[in-house]
Design a protein around this ligand. Structure first.
Ligand code: G6P
Length: 614
């Protein structure tokens, strides 16, 4: 997760760029850089490490351009060196980027064949060369960006500055956030309103797929289809608050939409994206080969993240997993073999039951890893190893982005264990990591289902009870879907393993009962037939008049076509990453149902964000 900024100013902008970068430093500080035009000529200053290094550099070698872009980096592809620092440039343009370009290898190969000379290991530099290549064909900067954007696969926000173009910046957003700021004869681009707060409070947030042509007179925004569109101009309150709702009605909506970004950030923390392998930034004080059982404990949504991880640890590392909600675990007096691993998952890091279980596991001489979103929390302080989820502050009481960041972290840990235990080959690991790298993009695609979900939520909000079904890793998602719905809409909901339908809940089904079925088509040979079994369960529901909402992929939708259902179709993806991506429609269903019912979405009745009593 990097921070980007662009300024079309009246005075030299280097100082303002630094000011904005200072406010974006929370997004990464591996290196920083700025580029401006000095009499039409692109000039860059970049420095490794924190922003103060760039400041020292600029004090020694000042820039006086009145247009410029800046970047503060959280390294994904390539080490945090000066040559990998943004902006990346050719003789025609400079670009800053936040996000991941997944197909950068193919693009780099293609561009190198055409003679492009690369100066960094980053995925970003392909963007600079790709647009340059288009310009060499005689295209204007705007046409060149327009032609290049559809070729980029991934989740990203970009800002371009062009040689000789003193009154032009181009920004683009897909998955990662980007805001346009309106000043008095000045215009801005920035990763968030906080970055632009010293200059302007008047902001437009680009929507996914938008790209913007910015001059000192204003902005022309194009959507993914190339149509010129208007985006709402809002007053940001970022000056007053470090954490604001941006363009969203609720924090929960904002946090759902932040997921491509924060999950990308979390993955970048635990993966070496160039080598396509897991690279934990911390040392584990035990040998995974000597562990013969993992215990996972947590509460609420964090518990469901742990339940997904059980499947992963067992599948990737052949490690048996014991999992329970924290309030039960500690009182069961479960036997622990000293020297095994206990994992605790908590957004707040303060949940009393989870903390008490952690202390119990410590007494039982377990190695303790905690996966927390608040690194200064008690659970973090009392653990042997802390694996932070980099979701940023989560304000909505119902957990959303923390959940998917917990999943991202747990997936990395399970894959790592699989490698060390000799279960996963380098090739297996590469395939799994590739699938994970694609998650931010897939999440951005999943968010596009929102208009459909808004419509079906109108109907759902009339229900008294809702059933959620899933198999495999979709089972914990069914549990999470039901939890989300009851937490914020107060509609009674139950999650069940699809196979358990016939053992009880089928008795509840009639024409008034909506049933949400979470069912990605499972491609793995070993679990062949799992999807068909879920389809049979679906038919059992349909035969009894139940209203079905099926969340699946194109293949699943085709196979389930016979039954009358409302289908939400997600892109095809590797089975491993389905829990991360399918979480999005599950969250959106709960969110829009609650909005329809007019409940207090961010602060639902009787609940608390951090539960510090047992
Ligand atoms: C509360 C929150 C849930 C959360 C659970 C566990 O019930 O409302 O959203 O999942 O606590 O909290 P933790 O901070 O430990 O993840």
């Amino acid at each position: 997760m990097c921070g980007i900024v662009g300024i079309l100013g009246r005075e030299p902008v280097a100082g303002q760029l630094l000011d904005a970068l200072r406010r974006l430093e929370y997004r990464g500080y591996d290196s920083a850089g700025v580029a401006t035009l000095e009499h039409g000529v692109l000039t860059r200053r970049r420095a490794e490490g924190k922003l103060r290094n760039l400041e020292t550099r600029l004090a020694r070698e000042p820039l006086d351009g009145t247009i410029g872009i800046g970047h503060t980096r959280w390294a994904t592809h390539g080490k945090p060196t000066e040559s990998n620092a943004h902006p990346h440039a050719t003789d025609r343009l400079a670009v800053v980027h936040n996000g991941i370009i997944e197909n950068f290898r193919e693009l780099r190969e293609e561009l190198e064949k055409k003679g492009a000379k690369f100066g960094s290991e980053t995925d970003t530099e392909v963007v600079a060369h790709l647009v340059t290549e288009e310009m060499k064909q005689g295209r204007s900067p705007m046409e060149a960006v327009k032609a290049a954007l559809p070729r980029l696969r991934g989740a990203f926000a970009l800002a371009f500055l062009f040689t000789g173009e003193e009154d032009l910046l181009i920004g683009a957003r897909k998955g990662s956030p980007l805001a346009v700021g309106y000043g008095n004869g000045e215009m801005y681009l920035g990763s968030d309103a906080i970055a632009l707060a010293p200059f302007t409070e008047t902001i437009s947030y680009l929507e996914d797929g938008d790209w913007a042509v910015v001059t000192r007179k204003g902005v022309e925004i194009h959507d993914a289809g190339g149509r010129i569109v208007e985006r709402a101009v809002v007053k940001s309150n970022a000056r007053a608050f470090q954490v604001d709702k941006g363009n969203y009605k609720h924090f929960m909506a904002k946090e759902i939409h932040e997921q491509p970004e924060v999950v990308g950030h979390t993955l970048a923390h635990y993966l070496d994206m160039n080598a396509e392998r897991v690279a934990l930034p911390m040392t584990l004080p035990f040998d995974f080969k000597k562990i013969d059982r993992v215990s996972i404990s947590a509460c609420g949504t964090a518990y469901y993240a742990g339940l997904v991880a059980k499947y992963w640890f067992e599948r990737f590392a052949r490690l048996p997993v014991e999992i329970d909600v924290a309030s039960e675990f500690r009182y069961r007096e479960a036997p622990f073999q000293p020297g095994n691993l206990a994992v605790f998952v908590s957004q707040s890091g303060e949940t009393a039951d989870t903390l008490a279980t952690l202390r119990y596991a410590r007494e039982q001489k377990q190695h303790v890893i905690s996966i927390v979103n608040v690194e200064t929390s008690t659970i973090a302080r009392e653990s042997d190893v802390v694996m932070p989820t980099l979701a940023g502050p989560e304000i909505g009481v119902a957990s959303t982005k923390a959940f998917t960041c917990q999943l991202a972290t747990l997936a990395c840990l399970a894959i790592y264990a699989g490698r060390l235990r000799g279960v996963l080959t380098a090739e297996d690991e590469r395939n799994l990591v590739r699938a994970l790298v694609g998650v931010p993009r897939l999440m951005a695609e999943a968010l596009r289902l929102e208009p459909e979900i808004e419509i079906l939520a109108r109907d759902l909000s009339k229900a008294r009870d809702v059933l959620y079904l899933g198999r495999g890793t979709a089972y914990p998602l069914a549990l999470e879907g039901a939890l989300k719905l009851k937490e914020i809409s107060y509609i009674h909901a139950e999650g069940y393993a699809a196979g358990e339908l016939k053992h009880g809940p089928i008795a509840l089904i009639d024409e008034n009962m909506p049933v949400v079925i979470v069912a990605p088509y499972d491609k793995s040979a070993r679990r062949e037939g799992v999807f068909e079994k879920t389809v049979s369960n679906m038919q059992e529901v349909a035969a009894r008049g139940g209203r079905i909402i099926l969340i699946t992929d194109p293949k699943g939708a085709a196979e389930a076509a016979a039954t009358s259902v409302t289908t939400l179709v997600l892109p095809d993806m590797a089975t491993t990453v389905t829990p991360l991506v399918y979480a999005i429609p599950v969250q959106l269903i709960a969110y829009h149902t609650a909005v329809n019912m007019g409940t207090d979405v961010d602060q639902p009745r009787n609940l608390a964000k951090s539960v510090t009593v047992e």
